[in-house]
Ligand binder design. Structure first.
Ligand code: HEC
Length: 189
């Protein structure tokens, strides 16, 4: 039983480039990874300095304003559309589409089968209204620092700020090592 899970897992982890597109897609995956690296490190340093300067309640604003702003800038300066998504979103604007939901669920199965969250990724060439697009997703592990705002035991003042800003917040109750969500990138081919 467990063996079978592993097998489907391995198959899934392989990118499935359409015939003849292998080179394009290998380059595209590298581009996607570089953009994610930029997104993650910019956001993380903004987050850490905002937490130091004014505590987590102050840092909520950074996540609210800076995360979409960084994503926008990266999208405008590349051919990619870049964002973050999750099966349990804080901001409903980040809700996954059907394809993203499927991949997020596959990441959860991979984790349940004992795989490391860091480095889980999936790439595919899809056709969208006759236009070929390359899509790439990479899982985001929950770290200790994330639990201040995504854990179970939130500071009451912080919880109130979050309630006001995100009345539909589902992104609480996480533990370290959980899959918080994924970076999701798309570019036309
Ligand atoms: C200071 C509070 C705070 C901390 C700390 C924090 N987040 Fe968030 N997170 C937020 C807010 C606020 C949003 C909603 C952002 C928006 O409006 O797009 C969010 C959204 C997200 C999203 C987008 C999906 C969604 O739920 O809408 C991901 C993924 C995410 N956070 C991951 C993390 C990870 C990983 C860490 C730790 C490295 C982390 N967060 C730390 C407050 C925080």
């Amino acid at each position: 039983m467990r063996k079978m899970t592993r097998l489907s897992v391995t198959t899934l982890l392989l990118a499935v480039p359409a015939l003849g597109l292998a080179e394009t897609t290998a380059g595209a995956s590298d581009e996607a990874r570089a953009l994610i690296q930029q997104f993650a490190s910019t956001l993380q340093s903004e987050l850490v300095s905002a937490m130091k300067a004014g505590g987590p309640t102050n840092a909520v604003e950074v996540c609210q304003d800076k995360a979409p702003a960084i994503a926008r800038t990266l999208s405008q300066t590349s051919e990619w559309e870049i964002g973050r998504t999750s099966l349990k979103t804080r901001n409903p604007d980040n809700a996954p589409d059907a394809w993203e939901t499927r991949i997020l669920e596959q990441f959860e199965s991979l984790k349940a089968a004992g795989n490391e969250v860091a480095g889980m990724s999936y790439a595919a060439v899809l056709e969208n209204d006759g236009q070929k697009v390359y899509r790439y997703m990479q899982a985001i592990p929950t770290q200790e620092v994330c639990l201040t705002c995504h854990g179970s035991d939130l500071d009451p003042a912080l919880a109130q700020t979050l309630d006001e800003a995100y009345p539909e917040d589902q992104a609480r109750g996480y533990s370290a090592g959980d899959i918080r969500g994924a970076f999701t990138l798309t570019k036309p081919l």
